[in-house]
Design a protein around this ligand. Structure first.
Ligand code: ADP
Ligand code: VHF
Length: 391
């Protein structure tokens, strides 16, 4: 009994220390969801925006850096476009985002100006995350804004995003931005004050204080977005995924508890950094922020080489190609049974691959020229998605 109690106390103390470390974070990414920033009429909720800016400005005054990931572009564009609800039509979503994003930034600009702070808008697409040059470019911009003392306000570039290439939710985008900016912590602000054992609107749901590992989530009902407002996109599913990939401590709570969370108070749910998040940022992008633009079918030897021996994919091991992708696109790698085992950035256009399949690189270099000696996908550009047990 006494040893049980001391174990419980130790876990409690450990969590308190983790919360203190969260409060001490020098650079933090804060993400707020659409429902925390907009009204049911599809307009910006100026009071709530100002209240949140008060908290972020206080943090800045304490000498900390903030990167703010703000949703709400589509939701804030609904009112001006006289749309009663979030449209399903992509072109209308893009139009709403175009109107709403401008209004949001105008609001943030004046709200932060109350504290003498300047904001900078950063709109990202999933390509900015995957492609090495774009990725470095986004990183450089964010670094420069922070060095200048500006508050970067990040969102997905919804006006140009299409269903194929969009993140769709800002939770994972915020986790990836935490990697990109080498932040020390991530705060996710939603309309719900914590992760619960079930959707908190259902009776009997209990708050979960901390998540250490995937096993802590067993038996929890993780649902989609709040169906009353229908402006959020990911629900708890994408928040949990964000916490899994963030690579830093994550606290999930509501906007009203933001100040307390930043001060290390025991509010919301604390997610300890997971083991998977130690993957490199680019590999995380590839695994979580991209959709395969086509498929390559691999013979069993190539599956073994890519999945278990972490080798590059050579033309000799490819037996089929599906889809219409261009060199540099992310593609899914499948076994003969169609199961996706990996994703990678391909070095050839889809149309080039049939002539290369089954050939040795030496044969290709001799017959087609030295530029054909390159791998179909280099191992640095590959991430294994589906590991067999015990690998
Ligand atoms: N186990 C759970 N714990 C907490 N919230 C949950 C759970 N399952 C589903 N939800 C829902 O997730 C919603 C938050 O996600 P979402 O609507 O996408 O918010 P946001 O706009 O803040 O990203 C909550 O309002 C709640 O209805
Ligand atoms: N980029 C979109 C938001 C997507 C999103 O993740 O929304 P939410 O679930 O409210 O954080 C927008 O600004 O409307």
């Amino acid at each position: 009994m006494s040893s049980e109690r001391s174990a419980v106390m130790t876990a409690g103390e450990e969590l308190a220390r983790a919360r203190e470390a969260f409060a001490a974070a020098r650079r933090i990414v804060v993400k707020a969801g659409s429902s925390s920033l907009t009204t049911p009429l599809g307009t910006i909720d100026a009071d709530r925006v100002d209240a949140l800016v008060d908290v972020l400005a206080a943090r800045r005054a304490a000498g900390k850096e903030i990167v703010f990931v703000s949703s709400g572009a589509i939701a804030a564009g609904l009112g001006p476009l006289r749309l009663a609800r979030r449209p399903t039509d992509l072109a209308l979503q893009q139009a709403a985002a175009s109107v709403g994003q401008g209004l949001l930034i105008a609001r943030y600009t004046s709200s932060f100006a109350r504290y003498g702070l300047t904001v900078g808008q950063v709109l990202l697409t999933s390509n900015d995350m995957i492609r090495r040059a774009h990725h470095r470019n986004a990183q450089r911009t964010l670094d420069q804004l922070l060095a200048l003392g500006i508050v970067p306000i990040v969102n997905e570039n919804d006006t140009v995003a299409t269903d194929e290439i969009r993140f769709g939710d800002n939770d994972r985008l915020a986790a990836l931005v935490a990697h990109l900016t080498r932040a020390d912590a991530l705060l996710l602000l939603s309309d719900v004050d914590a992760l619960y054992t079930d959707d908190p609107r259902r009776p009997g749901a209990r708050r979960i204080e901390q998540v250490r590992e995937p096993a802590d989530l067993e038996g929890i009902r993780i649902g989609g977005p709040n169906q009353t407002r229908k402006v959020g996109t990911g629900g708890m599913v994408t928040k949990i995924e964000a916490a899994r990939i963030a690579g830093v401590p994550v606290v999930l709570t509501n906007a009203a508890s933001a100040a307390q969370a930043l001060a290390g108070a025991p509010v919301g749910t604390y997610f300890h950094p997971s083991r998977e998040s130690r993957m490199s940022t680019r590999h995380l992008w590839l695994a979580h922020a991209t959709t395969g633009q086509g498929r390559l079918i691999l013979d069993p030897g190539a599956v073994e080489a890519v999945v278990r021996r972490r080798k590059s994919l050579l033309p000799a091991g490819v037996t089929g190609v599906e889809g219409d992708f261009a060199a540099g696109d992310p593609v899914d790698l499948c076994g003969a049974d169609g199961r996706v085992v990996a994703r990678g950035l391909v070095n050839y256009d889809a149309a080039e691959i049939p002539d290369l399949m089954g050939r040795s690189t030496r044969w290709l270099a001799r017959e087609l020229g030295p530029e054909y000696q390159r791998e179909i996908i280099h191992r640095d550009d590959l991430v294994v998605l589906d590991l067999e047990p015990n690998t």
